[in-house]
Design a protein around this ligand. Structure first.
Ligand SMILES: [Zn+2]
Ligand SMILES: [Zn+2]
Length: 301
């Protein structure tokens, strides 16, 4: 299985158009890498690809990776899209992909996410032919949906409901299925990828999935709960926004100390001090053996 990090930032990216924080200024000034909004591309064999979330930067992300380029006259190697939640930075790219000519996309999300997303005029067409919007069974494997579907044919995908809320535009309702993670394995391989870019806490089910996988992409939005306030950027805590912080006594690093899986943080908000290699937060991540994703990072599992 090939795993490509298309984007590694939370909503807004790094730099964010209206932000002049230290990380955004460093990226703008060429002193730190730029980051687009978080998404992964996954493939068994490299011919048909699954997108894990579809960021508003998807056009740029496709251009940046030849494996996702179209072939003549107009066809895409993207065989399906999995959505973890209904946040705009995770599905806003659908509005960019609306030019598809023949055939349609096969999208998958929880029923909660499908209901919220398809109520938005920009995304509603994706629930109608030629597209298909399939609801994923929470806690179970996704069924195959035909010959050209990479899910179920070469990739086994299991959905895990994780603690979290619906997006701000839907009132941040805490309902099961508002946020999910995906566990993906290639048939006849023991390697397992876990994609969990958003969670507000690690419950028993998510912990089991992290401990059982080979590589886990984890919510790296914020290092500390009060980071947005401390930077003077927003009067909200990480947890109020649905993200468990990475650092601190009860953060993700502390909770997963000793976990055998390779842990890679993604979906970093531009306020996150982990993005600065000189910071204590960066040092703590490295010291724990975890990693920080970057745009263009590639893994073979
Ligand atoms: Zn996000
Ligand atoms: Zn910033």
């Amino acid at each position: 299985m090939i795993v490509r990090v298309l984007g590694s930032a939370a909503g807004g990216g790094v730099p964010q158009w209206n932000c002049s924080c230290a990380n955004c200024d460093a990226a703008r000034g060429g002193r730190a890498p730029r980051r687009t909004q978080s998404s992964l591309a996954v493939s068994a064999g490299g011919r048909s690809w699954l997108l894990l979330n579809c960021s508003p930067d998807v056009a740029q992300q496709i251009e940046s990776y030849p494996a996702l380029h179209p072939s003549p006259p107009r066809s895409t190697p993207i065989g399906g899209i999995l959505l973890t939640d209904a946040n705009v930075d995770h599905l806003g790219g659908l509005a960019v992909l609306r030019q598809r000519g023949t055939g349609g996309f096969r999208l998958r999300s929880s029923s909660v996410v499908a209901a919220i997303a398809t109520a938005q005029p920009a995304f509603a067409p994706f629930s109608l032919p030629p597209h298909r919007w399939l609801e994923v069974p929470l806690g179970d494997f996704c069924a195959n949906d035909g010959d050209d579907d990479p899910v179920g044919a070469r990739l086994q995908v299991r959905t895990i409901a994780v603690p979290g809320t619906t997006p701000g535009y839907d009132g941040r309702r805490r309902v099961r299925g508002a946020v999910v993670a995906y566990e993906i394995a290639e048939r006849e391989s023991d390697a397992r990828l876990l994609f969990a870019p958003v969670f507000s806490e690690i419950d028993a089910e998510l912990r089991r999935a992290i401990e059982a996988c080979t590589v886990a992409f984890l919510d790296g939005s914020f290092y500390s709960d009060d980071e947005l306030r401390a930077c003077g950027l927003l009067d909200k805590s990480a947890r109020a926004l649905g993200h468990q912080p990475v650092g601190g006594a009860d953060g993700t690093l502390a909770q997963l100390r000793g976990t055998p899986a390779r842990r890679i943080f993604t979906h970093m908000n531009n306020s996150n001090p982990m993005l600065d290699p000189q910071s204590a937060a960066f040092g703590a991540v490295r010291e724990s053996g975890a990693e920080i994703a970057y745009d263009g990072m590639e893994l073979a599992l």
